[in-house]
Design a protein. Structure first.
Length: 236
C-alpha cells in the first residue's frame, strides 16, 4: 500500500530494530509532521491471554488523568429524578421508550456512549442487536449501568475510556490528542497501561504484557519496551 510523504518522513525517524521507553516514544511522536486535523494518539497492548476463555477476558474502564481531547456524545436511559440528574450533568440525550423507538425505527446512532439506570435495562436489553456489535451496550462492570447517572455522565465527559481485549489478545485505545504536551500524553498512556496490568487474570500464564505500540492516527507504530514500562509502574 502506498504511504504518504508524511508517513514516510515519520517512519524515517525510527530505528526499526529497537524498542523505546514510553518517554522516548512520546518524544518522537511530538517531532512528526502535523496534519490538518488533531490526530489521536493510540495505544496497542498485545497481551498473553486467550480471550476464548472467559477467565482470561481483560476488560475495564478508567478516567484518564488529562482526558481524551474528544467531545463525547452521551445518551442516558432514565426516568423521573434520574432523567433530570442526567440532563443537569450534561447528557446530550435523555429518555426512555422514545429513544429506544428512535434507535430501532430510524437506525439513529448519533451518540458515542450509552448509560442506563438499572431499572431501564429491560428496555435497553431489547436494543442489544443494535448496540452490542457497536460496543455501546451499557455494562455494570464499566460503570455505565448505575443509579448514579450524574457521576457517570461527568466521568465520560471528562475523559473516561473503556478497554477490551479483542479475539487476538490485543487492546486498542486512544489515549490523547497529538496536540497534548508530551507529559500529558505520557501520563494518559501510563494510566491505561497500569490499569491493564492491574487487570491481569489470575489464570494468565507466562508473559502477560508481550508488546506495546504507540502511534498516531496517520503515523507508523513505535515499539515500546514492555519491561521498561512495567519497571516504571512498579517504582511509581
Amino acid at each position: 500500500m502506498a504511504r504518504s510523504k508524511r508517513y514516510q518522513s515519520s517512519l524515517g525517524t525510527l530505528d526499526r530494530e529497537r524498542s523505546y521507553t514510553l518517554d522516548e516514544a512520546v518524544g518522537i511522536l511530538k517531532t512528526w509532521p502535523v496534519c490538518k486535523f488533531d490526530q489521536s494518539v493510540d495505544l496497542a497492548l498485545n497481551l498473553g491471554v486467550d480471550p476464548k476463555h472467559a477467565d482470561q477476558m481483560v476488560r475495564g474502564a478508567l478516567v484518564l488523568p488529562h482526558g481524551t481531547g474528544r467531545s463525547v456524545r452521551i445518551l442516558v436511559f432514565a426516568r423521573g429524578d434520574k432523567e433530570r440528574e442526567a440532563r443537569e450533568a450534561g447528557a446530550d440525550h435523555v429518555g426512555a421508550e422514545d429513544l429506544a423507538k428512535k434507535i430501532t425505527d430510524e437506525s439513529w446512532l448519533d451518540f458515542d456512549r450509552v448509560i442506563a439506570t438499572p431499572d431501564m435495562m429491560g428496555l435497553v436489553g431489547r436494543l442489544g442487536r443494535v448496540l452490542g456489535p457497536r460496543g455501546l451496550m451499557p455494562n455494570p462492570k464499566l460503570g455505565t449501568v448505575t443509579p448514579d447517572v450524574a457521576r457517570a455522565v461527568a466521568e465520560n465527559k471528562s475523559g473516561k475510556v473503556e478497554y477490551k481485549v479483542d479475539k487476538n489478545g490485543i487492546i486498542h485505545a486512544s489515549v490523547a490528542k497529538l496536540s497534548f504536551d508530551a507529559q500529558k500524553i505520557h501520563d494518559n498512556a501510563m494510566a491505561l497501561i497500569e490499569a491493564v496490568l492491574r487487570a491481569k487474570p489470575a489464570s494468565a500464564k507466562g508473559v502477560y504484557m508481550r508488546k506495546i505500540s504507540l502511534s498516531t492516527t496517520m503515523g507508523p507504530g513505535l515499539r515500546v519496551d514492555p519491561a521498561s514500562v512495567e519497571k516504571a509502574s512498579a517504582s511509581a
